[in-house]
Design a protein around this ligand. Structure first.
Ligand code: IPE
Length: 258
């Protein structure tokens, strides 16, 4: 049976323009949708920082390395865990057996690339039928003191680890467009992109305001994944019942990178 890594984007689980405010009803709906299709499938869920992680990271300059105000890193971890627990709570209420893992506790990077990854417990959790739940987090870095390791990047690492067939990116728009759909009414949804087409496509994509590079980073991750045979699907996580369709292999509105 196919296995999936689901990325719940920060704009799907939080109000990006309202610091520290979670989209509780969307989190609950997504938990219900996941519970309905879980069955015996191997799933891993990764969530973003949204107005929790990005807000705190920017406030204390954590994306530039160890913050000058030391407590900033503690606050980042606290807020990410608070957001994480809201998702854990929703998943438990819907019977999804999640187990949270904090990347800052199981990974170290070297210049942003994973150098140590204590993956054994995560693999054991999958083996026992649990759904690991991770999130974009700060990670200690050999050279840069610390980095913000995005949930998108994490999806790539985890999908390799568990041999996933597909990464599903849940966004606040229907998928990847030929131009920014929030700015241009005539933006067209791109249904499919072969990884050969990505470098050219990326040259026209902005890195955005997020500390981890927004859509640019997600498409770069999908590119790396596609090169090793892992597909990526981009869907609207705020629209009802699209995620279950992808997992069940039914037709859906969104974009596929392969
Ligand atoms: C960012 O993770 C994590 C922090 C800022 C701590 P992501 O880059 O995956 O977050 P979103 O999905 O863009 O909000």
């Amino acid at each position: 049976m196919d296995s999936f890594v689901i990325k719940l984007g920060g704009s799907v689980i939080s109000y990006k323009d309202k610091p520290l405010k979670a989209r509780i009803s969307d989190i609950n709906r997504l938990a219900r949708e996941i519970s309905e299709v879980l069955g015996n499938r191997r799933l891993c869920i990764v969530h973003g920082g949204g107005s929790f992680g990005h807000y705190v990271a920017k406030k204390y300059g954590i994306h530039m390395g160890m913050p000058r105000i030391k407590i900033g890193l503690s606050i980042l971890e606290y807020e990410m865990r608070r957001l994480n627990l809201m998702i854990v709570n929703a998943m438990i209420n819907h019977g999804v057996p999640v187990l949270p893992f904090s990347p800052s506790n199981i990974m170290v990077t070297d210049n942003g690339m994973v150098s140590t990854f204590f993956k054994d417990s995560l693999l054991k959790a999958l083996e026992w039928g649990y759904v690991p739940l991770l999130y974009g987090d700060f990670v200690f870095d050999e050279r840069k003191s610390c980095v913000i390791y995005s949930g998108d990047q994490l999806c790539l690492e985890v999908s390799k680890l568990m041999n996933a067939s597909t990464i599903i990116f849940c966004l606040d728009v229907a998928g990847i467009y030929d131009k920014d759909p929030k700015k241009f009414n005539d933006a067209k949804l791109i249904k499919e992109l072969n990884h050969d087409e990505i470098p050219k496509f990326l040259s026209g994509v902005s890195k955005g305001d997020d500390v981890t590079g927004g859509l640019y980073n997600k498409i770069s991750v999908a590119y790396e994944a596609a090169k090793i045979g892992i597909k990526s699907v981009f869907i609207n996580g705020l629209a009802h019942n699209i995620l279950p369709k992808v997992i069940k292999g039914e037709d859906f509105i969104g974009s596929l990178i392969y």
